[in-house]
Design a protein around this ligand. Sequence first.
Ligand SMILES: [Zn+2]
Ligand SMILES: [Zn+2]
Length: 245
Amino acid sequence: MVIIVFFILHWYASFFLQSFFYHRYTAHRHFTMSRATEKFFYIASFIVHGSSYMSPFTYGVLHRLHHMYTDVEGDPHSPAFHPGFWQTMWQTRNSYHGIYTGKTMVDEKLRKDLPQWPVFDKIAHNWIIRVLWIGLYILFYSSFATAWWQYLLLPFTIIMCTLQGTMINWWAHKYGYVNYPMDNTSKNILPVDFLFIGDAYHNNHHKFPGRAKNAHRWFEIDPIYHVTCLLNKLHIVKWKSQPSN
Ligand SMILES: [Zn+2]
Ligand SMILES: [Zn+2]
């Protein structure tokens, strides 16, 4: 039971940070936050993502490339080129690695306004740190698992952030429904997004990447948008411009 609860909490905490901090703040700049708050979310991402921590800067570049070259040459992770889930994950890993290490040249406009904390990224990226996180997960599972099958969740815990990123990027360009026909394969994965708390509306998002709210139809819900509204009211973040929807 402890493992199941942990896995569910880890899933939502991890995806919240990926969507709120990496996607909507870092890549799209829907809202702003102070440097101190930004550092808080860096540290929170490290604690929650652990062994699968990604550099927000690198994610930001990767995601902006995806919007710029969706489904065409230059897209860092398109199922159009690599139809399998694990192939897409590997392609994303290679694209990420190229940008993180500086082997892939990045246009200045793609770097604009991206938060940077290279020293922190370097520590969080260190393979010894990643191995220590994996050791902690193994210790946790061996302390609380009550049945063998619960260990099947362990690999997903280890790659949580990468797994969720690939799930969105692969699934939302293969299966789902479309509100806005476009010249790319973007889809809304789930009519009621209980799994990706608002980021499943990928077709809506590709049509209007600058819009803060991803839910456009009456049955669609975008919980992260509402959380951001609350954080804006509490002066923790500030909308760049008042959302129109
Ligand atoms: Zn996409
Ligand atoms: Zn986006």
